[in-house]
Design a binder for this molecule. Structure first.
Ligand code: ADP
Length: 189
């Protein structure tokens, strides 16, 4: 099974993806984590991406599509993938369709984790405290910009998948286990 977890920054995509990896042996493909690892390794891409991420903007479609395409060519992805943070634009969604078709695999579910945006500011503030500020984009100013980019560029991906009949929505404001229960129900339906 191959799925996309969708939602604004701080919706809990990573948390839910980690649970699915543990429970179902799927592989998590988090573009945010891939970029942060490029930054930590001081690669050329990492150096370029850091400024973009810290400004709350999107890294270019070409780079992100290349990154996911390369990662999906690894054998472990045959166990099924959870895409977390990709696609973030309609162009990325279209490119993803091409990658699935090329590999003869199907996308089974797109799950939108819906949240109250005012609550995201508290969540990001908490994450910054818990991680000692490990993510330089975890602050209110950058979050405001990330949310604005989400509405402008990423939210239009939702009707793209709704038209294909692939979109489901879960309430992301419950506790972690109730959100994951709803996701499990969708995957088992
Ligand atoms: P969150 O889960 O909080 O939304 P991520 O860790 O997924 O954040 O991503 C952090 C940053 O990495 C984004 O704000 C963006 O700059 C960059 N990024 C991650 N995925 C993509 C993507 N698919 N396209 C463009 N930029 C991306």
């Amino acid at each position: 099974m191959n799925i996309i977890l969708f939602g604004p920054p701080g919706a809990g995509k990573g948390t839910q993806a980690t649970k699915l990896v543990a429970d179902r042996g799927m592989v998590q493909l988090s573009t945010g984590d891939m970029l942060r690892s490029a930054i930590a390794n001081k690669t050329e891409l990492g150096l370029k991406a850091k400024a973009i991420m810290d400004a709350g903007e999107l890294v270019s479609d070409d780079i992100m599509i290349g990154m996911i395409s390369e990662r999906m060519s690894h054998d472990d992805c045959k166990a099924g993938v959870i895409l977390d943070g990709f696609p973030r634009t309609v162009a990325q969604a279209e490119a993803l369709d091409g990658m699935f078709a090329e590999r003869g695999i199907t996308l089974d579910h797109v799950i939108e984790i819906a949240v109250d945006e005012a609550a995201l500011f508290d969540r990001i503030e908490n994450r910054a405290k818990e991680t000692g500020g490990a993510r330089s984009d975890d602050n209110a100013d950058v979050l405001r910009q990330r949310l604005s980019v989400y509405h402008e560029n990423t939210a239009p991906v939702l009707p793209y998948y709704a038209d294909k009949g692939l979109l489901s929505r879960v309430d992301g404001m419950g506790d972690i286990s109730s959100v994951s229960h709803h996701i499990e129900q969708i995957l088992d339906s």
